[in-house]
Design a protein around this ligand. Structure first.
Ligand SMILES: Nc1ncnc2c1ncn2[C@@H]1O[C@H](COP(=O)(O)OP(=O)(O)OP(=O)(O)O)[C@@H](O)[C@H]1O
Length: 691
């Protein structure tokens, strides 16, 4: 018990009132607090066994309200309280204030015997009336206050947890005294002036030792009291209502500052901010997973008790401590008060790694001006999903200064195509083309080029390819020699064993295979999860999904294919963006009726128009199969959609296909002219057919 008190009460010692009970002189307020540490005067005082006579007539009582004011306030309160009681048929005309009055219950009439079972108590300050009918059949109980909404806390026991009987207290009843000189000195060390203490009704309580008493008031009336001892231990007057400290200072104000402790509230006042309240119970150790329903939100009951004070507030500055619990408290408050009107502050730096922890520390070491600056520079409390461009300035700067890499895309390895299409990490390219047009071959060749130039690695989910065949195709492109001596290789020399072995190593280093070993088809989520693992494990920068129709597309019965495709593409894009990975997704066109050999349209992709709507790039791979119409080794890469103008634009590029090695090459000028003739011939043919 003793340890709970701040100053030792030593009645045997003597001390003159003039030396103890005057306010500290201005000199006590140090001009440059940053150079010195606060001294806990109390420790030395305890040691010296100083005493304090609380009831000396010479003691100034700075926190007491003027007598006349009390009288006017009390009678006004009583009129209102009486009216409220009358409205509930409770007649208090013959009641004695401050005592329990027995009368007949207006609800049950006291039963047949008209028992005086109804007890009514009106507090000495006339702010509150409490009643209870002790008749078992009735049990009507409740309370009402003069100056609030008048709802009985007793009659709604479930509203905010388990409500205990609220004790009515006065300064006299709990033995509060004006602050002694030593405590004033203690506050002065912490840059809190006597005037601020007086205005905020800070007092002390003496038992064996002296503790600071922070008085919690509503409309000037004492509601609760919190004590603080030398060991910085806190306790609160039992069975009193939990409210915010300094509540009367936020009445009808637009901007409210909330701090974590009474000292911080007083510090804010020193910096010129009266519109500040402190929470009564400090900060939680961490943010709760969920915000409980109001009736179970016992920890933050003080907020709900003061809810109406925030109704008209447009800005709430959360100036809680800089540490983890302080930030957790800010989050809890923001959740309850509405993030949209909350602001937060950044405490100034103390060292390279440390910041000042709260308002009082800033006041003490940097002064009121610095504290004002902290509040003036408050920033909007972050709301998940709502951003300002400034939140991304770092990323935008990196983009501008070419620090991200591949801002304008990686080269395809083909000069003509580079003018139309470059590979930007995080984008989605849809590749289509009629069956056998060479889509897979072209993508493989593209990957080989990017790997050769940039060293990128890839995840391959190519469901139509046998692994060995896919390896053959990739190796041919890489070694630039046929895998076998066969019909397709003509007279070209086959790759030798050494080249093959070297190629295998390259294959293993460059590609990671996503394959569904079971008989079932893989789902897109399954593919993306493995691709994510490949990003983290192997640093892959590209993913190929070839083709769409080999994935499992089961969807709920109420979902259309269009909705399904949209969701699937959103998932793929999210993966691409989050992992800075380029995704090539092959999708076949639907069956084309009366097809005359021209390249299909992106809107022809089977399933949904979302393929073109949602992709970043849309490419159609096409080749001429009619030797009469032109060279059959030429491949048209039709870039039909490019969302990012930095990466390219719409247009066609021609490449020549080497059937022996599977390589694609730029076409020289004469060949291009030849292709133009082919294209013209085709166009004429289509015209003739009326297409
Ligand atoms: N320009 C071309 N000239 C001749 N043959 C080609 C050309 N492009 C691709 N091929 C051949 O066509 C065959 C199919 O190629 P690929 O698998 O890349 O086509 P695809 O469009 O992906 O087919 P699918 O739609 O069936 O998946 C391969 O044997 C390939 O060698």
């Amino acid at each position: 018990m003793n340890s709970r008190y701040l100053l030792k009460y030593a009645p045997c010692a003597t001390i003159t009132t003039s030396s103890l009970h005057t306010y500290p002189s201005p000199q006590l307020f140090h001009a440059s607090p940053s150079t010195k540490k606060p001294i806990f005067l109390q420790i030395s005082l305890r040691k010296r066994g100083l005493c304090y006579s609380a009831y000396s007539p010479k003691i100034p009582r700075p926190v007491q309200v003027e007598h006349k004011e009390i009288e006017t306030l009390d009678s006004a309160r009583y009129v209102i309280l009486k009216k409220k009681l009358n409205d509930m048929d409770i007649n208090c005309d013959s009641c004695t204030i401050g005592e329990y009055n027995r009368m007949i219950c207006p609800q049950c009439g006291g039963g047949d015997s008209q028992e005086k079972s109804f007890s009514l108590y009106i507090t000495p300050d006339r702010d509150m009336a409490m009643w209870n009918c002790f008749r078992g059949n009735c049990g009507w109980r409740g309370n009402v206050r003069a100056f609030d909404s008048g709802n009985s806390t007793f009659s709604k026991p479930d509203e905010i947890g388990k409500i205990k009987r609220i004790k009515v207290i006065t300064e006299e009843s709990i033995g509060l005294e004006p602050l002694c000189k030593e405590l004033l000195g203690y506050f002065a060390e912490r840059m809190i002036s006597a005037e601020t203490l007086r205005r905020n009704g800070v007092m002390q309580k003496t038992h064996y030792e002296v503790a600071i008493a922070f008085t919690y008031r509503r409309d000037g009336v004492l509601v609760s009291c919190k004590y603080r001892d030398i060991e910085k231990r806190f306790w609160q007057e039992k069975d009193t209502e939990r409210i915010l400290y300094g509540l009367d200072d936020i009445k009808q104000v637009n901007d409210i500052i909330i701090v974590e402790g009474e000292m911080d509230k007083l510090s804010m006042e020193e910096a010129g901010f009266r519109n500040c309240v402190s929470v009564p119970d400090g900060a939680p150790s961490m943010v709760s997973k969920e915000t409980p329903a109001l009736e179970k939100d016992t920890k933050y009951q003080y907020l709900w008790n003061c809810k109406e004070y925030f109704d008209k507030t447009s800005r709430i500055i959360l100036a809680t401590d800089a540490d983890g619990p302080g930030q957790a408290l800010a989050e809890e408050l923001a959740r309850r008060l509405g993030r949209e009107r909350c602001w937060r502050i950044n405490w100034p730096k103390k060292t390279e790694t440390e910041v000042y922890k709260d308002a009082n520390e800033v006041l003490m070491y940097l002064g009121p001006h610095a504290l004002r600056e902290v509040i003036d520079q408050a920033e909007l409390y972050p709301i998940r999903g709502l951003f300002k461009f400034s939140d991304f300035f770092h990323e935008i700067d990196e983009y501008f200064h070419h620090h991200l890499g591949y801002e304008q895309g990686a080269s395809t390895g083909w000069m003509d195509l580079d003018k139309l299409y470059k590979i930007v990490p995080g984008e989605l390219t849809i590749v289509t083309g009629v069956p056998n047009s060479g889509k897979s071959e072209w993508i493989d060749a593209l990957l080989c080029n990017i790997n050769e130039r940039e060293g990128w690695k890839f995840a391959l989910c190519s469901m139509e390819n046998k692994v060995r065949e896919h390896a053959r195709k990739l190796l041919e492109k890489h070694i630039r020699k046929p895998f076998f001596t066969a019909g397709y290789s003509g007279t070209a020399e086959r790759m030798n064993v050494e080249e093959f072995e070297r190629g295998k190593e390259w294959l293993n280093e460059t590609f990671h295979l996503i394959r569904c070993e079971d008989d079932c088809l893989p789902s897109i989520t399954w593919v993306l999860d493995l691709a994510k693992a490949a990003v983290f494990r192997h640093g892959v920068r590209g993913l190929v999904i070839d083709p769409y129709n080999e994935l499992d597309h089961q969807r709920p019965p109420n979902q259309t294919e269009t909705e399904y495709v949209s969701q699937m593409l959103t998932k793929i894009k999210r993966f691409a963006q989050h992992h800075s990975c380029h995704v090539w997704f092959v999708a076949h066109p639907r069956q084309l009726h009366q097809w005359v050999g021209g390249p299909p349209n992106l809107y022809d992709i089977s399933g949904s128009a979302h393929f073109i709507n949602k992709c970043d790039n849309g490419i159609v791979v096409h080749r001429n199969r009619n030797p009469e119409a032109g060279p059959v080794d030429q491949v048209q890469i039709c870039v039909r959609k490019v969302r990012n103008k930095v990466a390219g634009c719409i247009g066609d590029a021609l490449l020549s296909y080497n059937r022996i090695t599977g390589e694609f090459q730029d076409i020289d000028e004469p060949a291009k002219r030849q292709s133009a003739i082919v294209a013209q011939k085709l166009a004429n043919k289509m015209k003739k057919l009326g297409k």
